[in-house]
Design a protein around this ligand. Structure first.
Ligand SMILES: O=C(O)CCC(=O)C(=O)O
Ligand SMILES: [Mn+2]
Length: 213
């Protein structure tokens, strides 16, 4: 891992050109190979083994239901985040996350102060329809995928007749969602029971400091 991280310094003299995905009311830039295959392999192993994965649960109708994936939250001190009444305090950046963040920043031209890491152990793990539109979140979400290829689906919130987008997110890729994407579109990663391999997804975000009530 150490050698690969050092060896890949300066991999891009210029940031690679993204594929621009045409979608009404959304701005989507996709970098299929933001990380070289051997880099992505090393980062997958390193993130699976060393991030502080936890099984969170949500209280639904009075019952605690485990969410169908493991997750953890890293970032600058004070980058608190919450969704569905789950509050997450950031762990300090790890070495591999800082390495990935710096690549994401050079590809995207945006800075990020936190990352939500998701560990889909196999195709039974998933994330349900949602938008990343909490008030403390900036409009740019940068999503790195490592491991099994999983289908990322998007559906328009208001224009139900629009076709769903189905995008297979590949090992080492980066998907940038900007503009008003979160306002107009929801996304999910559905279960795919035939998939036996693990996948890690890292969504880098810009969080504003918590406002005290
Ligand atoms: O795993 C993915 O590709 C998406 C994860 C996601 O939407 C999230 O963490 O908010
Ligand atoms: Mn999301």
């Amino acid at each position: 891992m150490k050698r690969q991280l050092q060896g890949s310094r300066g991999l891009f003299d210029r940031a690679p050109e993204p594929v621009i995905l045409p979608l009404q009311d959304a701005v989507l830039h996709y970098f299929p190979a933001a990380f070289a295959p051997d880099e992505a392999d090393a980062l997958l192993q390193s993130c699976m083994g060393s991030l502080a994965w936890r099984q969170d649960s949500l209280r639904i109708a009075g019952r605690l239901i485990p969410i169908p994936r493991l997750q953890c939250w890293y970032g600058d001190a004070g980058a608190q985040y919450g969704y569905s009444r789950l509050r997450l305090s950031p762990l300090p950046w790890s070495r591999e996350l800082l390495f990935i963040k710096s690549r994401v920043e050079s590809c995207s031209g945006h800075r990020f102060n936190a990352v939500l890491a998701n560990y889909y152990r196999d195709g039974q793990d998933s994330v349900d329809w949602h938008s990343d539109d909490e008030p403390e979140l900036g409009p740019v979400i940068a999503s790195v995928s490592l491991g099994a290829v999983r289908c990322f689906e998007m559906k328009h919130r208001y224009q139900r007749e629009l076709k769903k987008l189905k995008l297979p997110l590949t090992h080492g890729s980066l998907l940038l969602m900007t503009g008003e994407t979160q306002h107009y579109w929801r996304h999910r990663v559905p279960k795919e029971p035939a998939i036996a391999q693990a996948r890690i997804n890292l969504t880098f975000r810009q969080i504003s400091p918590c406002r005290k009530a």
